[in-house]
Design a protein around this ligand. Sequence first.
Ligand SMILES: [Zn+2]
Ligand SMILES: [Zn+2]
Length: 310
Amino acid sequence: MTTEVSVTIHGCRGSHPVSGEQFCKYGGATPCVSVKAGDHEVIFDAGSGIIDYGRKLLGDALSRGESVTRTILFSHAHFDHLNGLPYFAPMFHPESTLYLLGPRSHRFSSFEETIEHLIQTPYFPVALHEMQAVKFFDDISESNVVYFLHDSPEPLTVRAAHPAHADAVPADDEVAVKISCMRGLNHPKSGVNIYKVEAYGRTVVYATDTEGYVHGDQRLADFSRGADLLIHDAMYTEEHYTGMPVPTQGYGHSTVQIAARLASMADVGQLCLFHHDPKSTDAILDEVGNIGRSQFEHTVVARDGLTIEL
Ligand SMILES: [Zn+2]
Ligand SMILES: [Zn+2]
């Protein structure tokens, strides 16, 4: 059994996909990240980056005579984090098993209902229930911890802090992957789930669509403390954030400076700058990387296809 942990970026662009020669280096797909830990793999968000990835997952599985079983954890339901889901090939395959976990929003009674409203006519020709994969949904909030046991691809969601659920918490030696959730309250208008993956002695935090506070986000710094990798929103340049043409303060996204400061506060091993503004060309993102590294040495700029071994 392998115990290697790696993270692959399939999409890292915020708001909407982009294409064109000025975006070739970092890519134009919207958020999708997969974390491989031993025999397990968990996907975060289903932006347009999940489309090519889904075709590959299904193609590889079919060529081995197998089917696809995967869990997708959603940060929130903004379009850029969902726009690949209706085109995720395993959703259409009758032998797929998909676990779709995400936050309940204010408007709908469950995460499942949120997705049902998106994938239906007249917005899309196929309704969610017509997609042939076996689908399991669950609402995830700060109370929940998601476990993957060594011998099962199925997520086990437990209200781990509640004494009545103590018996449901698996023993440490049974757990291959543990995923905790922190609610980020600084993203309009329903907040965002920030996730921490702990597996085989490695820790990754996925903190997209989050905006820092004066003195830094203390809860996020505590949540991320000592992580090997922090994937953090760095959508805006300082100029966007404070000036031209309209300041983007309060839009629920960070600058590279905010991300680098949080990485220092949390004493993480590596920072990955994520959720790039659609107007940020390769040249701008090269400069964003330089600024990031000048403030936090171990900084990389997310690009589609990048794999980080931990
Ligand atoms: Zn977003
Ligand atoms: Zn958002």
